[in-house]
Design a protein around this ligand. Sequence first.
Ligand code: SF4
Length: 66
Amino acid sequence: MKLQKQLVIFDHCIACSTCSSVSPTVFGLNTTGTSAMILSQPMNELVEKKSIEAMRSCPVHAIGVK
Ligand code: SF4
């Protein structure tokens, strides 16, 4: 799977930090710790692969592309 669009976090994120553990350059928690946020979009294939892994690891499927 190749990401050609922008990663987004949906409102139902439960702030479990799984995504930021898997791909810390792309995902982080917001300042209030209530939701994940995108720190930067993947800029190379390795980071993109980790981002897809993070997306698949999200327990509530709160990471998508648009
Ligand atoms: S893995 Fe999913 S639920 Fe957990 S912080 Fe990331 S987007 Fe939110």
